[in-house]
Design a protein around this ligand. Structure first.
Ligand SMILES: [Zn+2]
Length: 303
């Protein structure tokens, strides 16, 4: 019987993976999607977004299986949550079955969030364990663990999407060929007269960015810790951060633990205290306002 059951699960997984590869994943390579989307570049940025999400779930799964004994069920990483206002950004991935919105609820800090599940076939393909542990009552809250807070991925996504476009004929170019275009003084090869400009796709999302100030997604004390670490640009212990924020070391310790569960702060033991530093993810999501200037083509000349 067990043998039969295993065969059953395995064939379902294989079938889901096959379905995923043939019907869902192929959307990115076929033109089907193009009809529904205003801009092709949007498709690429969407793929990038999905890749970041899947990468994070895979990493969490790997960490989860390493800590198997300390965190039971740590290898279930098929679900994640984001602020409800980001639903709009994820809708295209939902309409194409990469994601399914699972439910809405309040997170541990009282923010309304949406919980999403990754496609089952996708999970089979990338060895992400689907579902949640069911051994104890607390398991119902599995998806609300802070490590499944993916808000920073969406913030980073909105800030970093740029494209090149001709101001005359509207032809679009991949950002990868920027260096080539520069060599031709950004002249459009399609119409021959227009000059190409780097456009920040984030403008498309400016309404959402405005309505959800990334800073509002974290309590003040946690933001204070991030800002202190960013300003000092070094590893700090809780008591040092506490001096800056005029609060207790214990408070900083508790809050910094939350931040490390969200992968916004690296927490490393140094003797009998912890040292904290910002992660790349936190830097990109909270301190990368200058990203819009990153591809400043005006100032570069290649002679
Ligand atoms: Zn042109």
């Amino acid at each position: 019987l067990i043998y039969q059951k295993n065969i059953g699960i395995k064939s379902i997984q294989e079938a889901s993976q096959k379905y995923f590869e043939e019907k869902v994943e192929s959307i990115f390579s076929s033109g089907k999607y193009k009809l529904a989307m205003e801009e092709r570049s949007y498709l690429f940025s969407l793929k990038e977004l999905l890749e970041s999400i899947v990468k994070k779930s895979k990493n969490l799964r790997q960490e989860g299986s390493r800590d198997h004994r300390s965190i039971p069920g740590g290898s279930y990483t098929s679900h994640f949550y984001v602020n409800r206002r980001y639903d709009e950004l994820l809708r295209s991935l939902e309409l194409t079955f990469f994601l399914t919105k699972y439910f809405e609820q309040s997170d541990r800090d009282g923010q309304r969030v949406s919980v999403y599940a990754l496609n089952y076939g996708l999970c089979s393909k990338f060895q992400i364990q689907f579902g949640r542990p069911t051994e104890s009552r607390e398991d119902r809250l599995h998806f609300m663990e802070r490590k499944f807070d993916y808000n920073s991925i969406l913030v980073e996504y909105m800030k970093s999407n740029q494209e090149i476009r001709c101001s005359n004929c509207d032809e679009e170019y991949e950002i990868e060929i920027l260096e080539v275009l520069k060599r031709f003084h950004m002249k459009c090869s399609n119409c021959g007269v227009g000059i190409c400009k780097v456009v920040n796709l984030a403008r498309k999302y400016s309404d959402i960015i405005d309505s959800v100030n990334a800073n509002l997604l974290l309590p003040d004390s946690e933001l204070g810790i991030l800002h202190t670490l960013h300003g000092e640009k070094r590893k700090m212990v809780a008591s040092e951060i506490a001096v800056e924020l005029d609060c207790s070391g214990q408070l900083v310790g508790r809050r910094a633990k939350n931040l490390s569960e969200r992968a916004l702060v690296k927490r490393e033991q140094a003797g009998n205290v912890y040292k904290y530093e910002l992660t790349e993810q936190a830097k990109a999501a909270y301190f990368a306002d200058t990203l819009t200037d990153q591809l400043n083509v005006e100032s570069s000349r290649l002679d």
